[in-house]
Design a protein. Sequence first.
Length: 129
Amino acid sequence: MTRTLSFCGVMLALLIFLILTASHYRDKYLETTQALVTVQAVNLSQAKTIVAMKQADAVNRELTVKQLNQEQTLRKKANDENQKLRKALGDDDCNNRHLPDAVIDILRQRSSSDTNHLPVTTRSTAHPL
C-alpha cells in the first residue's frame, strides 16, 4: 500500500510538473504570437510606406523628365533665335556695338511676356549682344 501511495505521489508530482511546464510554454507561445503580430503590423506599415515612396519617386522622375525636355526645348529655341540674329547681322558694323538701353528694355519685355517663368537679369552699363 505504501508502494501504491508512493507511486501515486510521484505521479501526482509529475502531473503537477507537467501542468506547470505546459502553462509556462503556453504563456511563452502567447507572448511570441503577440510579438509576431506586432512585427507583422510594423512590416505591413513599412511596406505601405515603401509603395507610397516608390509611387512618389515615379511621379518625381516623370516630372523631372518633362522639365528637362521643356528646358531643352527652350534652350534650343533661344539658340536658334541667337543664330538667326547673328546670321542676319553677319559682318555688319552694328554686330560689334552695344544696343541702346531702350532697345534692350523692349526685348526683355517681349521676352518676359513669352516666357514668364524665366528671370530677367539686371542691366549693366554695357550691353553686348
